[in-house]
Ligand binder design. Structure first.
Ligand code: LLP
Length: 402
């Protein structure tokens, strides 16, 4: 990435996010290419980065969308993703969301409990439509990732066990308003081990074969997302090996493969750029205080996640410090005990791997406006979300002041 962070800071001010769209293209092509032996759909997990221009860029490459709220479905539709490439997942869908999804005619609703299946059936009946269903199976496999982003064990709230899934498919088959269409699994995020993925896909592929034996033929096999990226020195799953091992498990089945990557496509496209406000020393502890904060980029505070940080100056005088933001919480940090050079007011700091689950998890805590987002493509930059103003933040409250 040869982005001139300083030029962008001069033009758009700080803090900002910048995303390299050419990098997103290359990651999309890498994954799509790995599945070329089969019909496949890469359904981008919109939650990773829901900026409309990011989704539109992926749409232009041919991506579909994996959505977890009707809002995400509408974002995908807004930028031209065809309904037949959109999947709606999530453990707790609201009636109105189910209704709207059925009206919009998306590819399938990913159902996560038998209670939910009953709701979908009821609503489809009221609308007099047929709901295309995929069932999210929880294969009870430990994905070996951070517990907060692990989803494929029975102790997690996601999906249903194999026996329940089977019953749900039979209910679909026997219903006039349900059509068994796909099967889904997603065992966790930031996965760096292939074995748990293979084992899970195998378990679910066996279910698909058992269903075929009772004349329930599914058209889509959705392996979820979860491919990890390098934040630090992680050893990654090879994309071709990943695809190959999935295709091996599906041998003999005439089924389209869907995968739902989020982080893999956008994580390392993004950099969060913030500037130094002050340095201070409390006792022996050095702090570098920047204008970005936990409300802009929450992952270090929430998961103790590592993001590489770099001060963009030439100073060679390094010492340990905590890199922190202005929010009134001790948990407001980007890096702890990290060696950074001596800084001056207005030096820029780059925080890497900030394309996924960073802007989308931002809030207005401390009445801080969400920062600007910028696209970088073909050596050119453009604004894709303007910085929020104070007026934007209070807009929905103002008229209610008594
Ligand atoms: N499909 C489903 C059903 C999911 O739940 C997720 C992510 C994905 C696909 C995309 O996973 P990915 O390819 O991005 O790993 N906020 C956390 C990550 C939460 C992931 C939630 N589900 C973080 O900052 O690490």
């Amino acid at each position: 990435m040869s982005i001139n962070f300083k030029e962008l800071a001069n033009k758009y001010e700080t803090p900002y996010y910048v995303y390299d769209f050419d990098y997103i293209t290359s990651k999309y092509n890498e994954l799509k290419g790995a599945f070329k032996a089969r019909k496949s759909l890469v359904a981008y997990a919109v939650k990773a980065n829901s900026n409309l221009s990011v989704i539109k860029h992926l749409a232009s490459l041919g991506a579909g969308a994996d959505c977890v709220s009707i809002g995400e479905v509408k974002r995908a539709l807004k930028v031209g993703i065809a309904p037949y490439k959109i999947i709606f997942s999530g453990v707790g869908k609201i009636d109105s969301e189910i209704k709207e999804a059925l009206t919009l005619g998306i590819l399938m609703i990913n159902v996560e409990s038998d209670a939910e299946l009953n709701r979908v059936e009821q609503i489809a009946k009221e609308l007099d439509v047929v709901a295309r269903i995929s069932v999210r199976v929880n294969p009870n496999i430990d994905p070996q990732t951070h517990p907060y982003i692990s989803t494929g064990l029975h102790e997690n709230k996601f999906g249903v066990d194999i026996d329940t899934a089977k019953r749900m498919y039979i209910q679909c088959k026997n219903s006039q308003h349900l059509e068994p269409t796909g099967v889904h699994l997603h065992i966790g995020s930031q996965l760096t081990e292939l074995q748990p993925i293979k084992e899970s896909v195998k378990i679910v592929a066996d279910l698909v074969k058992n269903l075929a034996a009772i004349k329930i033929e599914l058209s889509f096999f959705d392996v979820g997302g979860g491919l990890g990226i390098v934040y630090d020195d992680e050893k990654l799953i090879d994309t071709n090996e990943y695809a190959q091992s999935i295709l091996e498990c599906l041998f003999g089945l005439d089924i389209t493969v869907i995968c739902e990557p989020g982080r893999f496509l956008v994580g390392n496209s993004g950099v969060f750029v913030t500037k130094v406000l002050y340095e201070k020393v409390n006792g022996n502890k050095r702090f570098v205080i920047v204008d970005g904060a936990m409300n802009d980029l929450l992952r270090p505070s929430l998961y103790n996640a590592y993001h590489k940080v770099e001060v963009l100056n030439d100073n060679q005088e390094f010492s340990e410090c905590n890199l922190v933001g202005p929010v009134c919480e001790s948990g407001d940090f980007f890096a702890k005990d990290v060696k950074l050079p001596k800084t001056q007011h207005n030096d820029l700091v780059a925080i890497y791997s900030a394309g996924a689950y960073c802007f989308t998890m931002a809030s207005n805590y401390n009445t801080r406006g969400k920062v600007a987002e910028i696209a970088y493509e073909n050596n050119k930059h453009r604004l894709i979300r303007k910085r929020e103003s104070f007026e934007d933040i209070i807009a929905l409250e103002e008229e209610y002041i008594k």
